[in-house]
Design a protein. Sequence first.
Lengths: 348, 98
Amino acid sequence: MDLKTLKKQESKRKISKGYMWALFCAVFWGIWYLPGTVVWVLNPFDEMSSAIAKTSGDGISLVVTAVLITAFNALAVMLALMLWNGVLGKYGELVRTLKEFHPCSKWFFLASIFGGPMAILGSFIAMGFIGGAFSAVAGLLYPVVGSILAYYWYGEKISKRAAIGIGVIVLGGISIYGGGLFTELSSGNVPWIGYLGGLMAAAGWGIEGAIAGKGLDIAEPDAGLTLRFLGENIIWWIIIIPILAIIGFPMYSFALKAFEPLTLLILVFAGITFGFCYVTWYKSFPLIGVGRGQGIGNLYGFCAVIFIFLFFGDVPDWTILVGGLLCIAGSFIMFTEDTSELETLRGE
Amino acid sequence: MSGKRPIKFRVLEFFLDGKEYWNYEIVSKIQEEYGMRSNFQRDSINFDILELASGGMLKDVEQKVDDEGIYKKGFLLHKYMITDFGRVRGSDACLMGL
């Protein structure tokens, strides 16, 4: 076979594989909102939030419960990723990467601060206060934060096309937030903490992406992502939960009650879906480029709305649907910069 | 395992001399150094090179058909060289602590 047909064949194979990974990412990420929503009504988390609400009020009790849920989510993701690295035979690489603290793994630990206590906690808060569909769609705003950050931080240019994409996503954001807020303002009952959670998700993921990228481009993603979740587990289990316990919240007594079959099952489900959405996301980048990988990955918002409808029968407000569609359209405008042939990806 | 750097660091280190290398040359060197014998591990090293290229740190400069089965018969072989960005990232990562 000649060089030209082989080249074509190879790029076709790369592209179809890359799209497959990116789609898997969207599906896993979307499914994650199912266990993420369900876990709130399971014990010990249900009991915990009502117990704390009696003494500290609803708002604080939901946030403290969200902390414990996020911590268990991080633990479950870590277990799923350790298993994944074991299957791939990458423990050696994991240790080698961990040791390179200064050039490499420090970025993962820094990223975990924004990914965990900000983005994932924010997502859970938004799920608990407002609902899964809102939480998923609000997170779609993260590329705006990411690219603005990259502009100021490493002087990455924002092209005209990217600016248009950002504009469309922002319009989507206004629709997502504005729609619900409008009716709630008139009824005088606004779940502010839930909206804050949505913003935390978007800002946290945007910042996490910009930081983690610095470590991930010189590490193997399988190892790098595991270290990022190692960092998040340290933050929750060694820093925040002990602090909350010292303040007087019953963190440990409820944490120990999490070992119920159904709760564990749902947590494992959350860990697998969330862990693999990260893994597949990064697998898609070298094959179709970061832009397309993220653009397609963002279909997670769409997947989440569909799954939530199928499993819970919830139809989100039309403002959330319109906002989500705008965000996905915007991320495609923003990311699929290169209209020429698919073979030339970034860096050429 | 002790003393070895992460695989991508080592790959960049090879390219820091500014020369062009074929993917199979790098892959077999890494396989030998890290004791990674299986085909799966071989492909995973090759994917690391692919990731470095897509991250803009290596540039794909030449391709040829693998007629003799040096790497995988009937597939394409790629020759890479380091980019300026790769040089910066590579020297950050690799020269530190050497």
